[in-house]
Design a protein. Structure first.
Length: 94
């Protein structure tokens, strides 16, 4: 099973890869079901609550944000909820 061929499973507002889970990796993408996490349309307090819900769903105490851009940069997440650098992806420790 590979990440490319295993597909993704949507549950509780998250898209997750069974292949990554089988490797012991925590990875997922939020869907609209978890609400807005950023942007200027929704109140900042609502966005923060939605990020807290995402963190709990992934088994973390918080999420660390990056400004998502297309490219080859991967940021290491080592701080708390503040907006991080521009990056295509991020890594971190549980």
């Amino acid at each position: 099973m590979t990440v490319a061929t295993a597909g993704w499973v949507e549950r509780d507002g998250l898209l997750r890869s069974p292949a990554l889970t089988a490797l012991g990796l925590v990875a997922g993408f939020s869907t609209r079901a978890l609400g807005s996490m950023a942007g200027g349309v929704y109140p900042l307090q609502e966005q923060e609550r939605n990020r807290e819900s995402l963190a709990r769903a992934l088994g973390f105490d918080r999420v660390v944000r990056v400004k998502q851009v297309h490219g080859a940069t991967v940021a290491h997440a080592d701080g708390g909820g503040a907006r991080g650098p521009e990056a295509h992806g991020q890594t971190g420790r549980a």
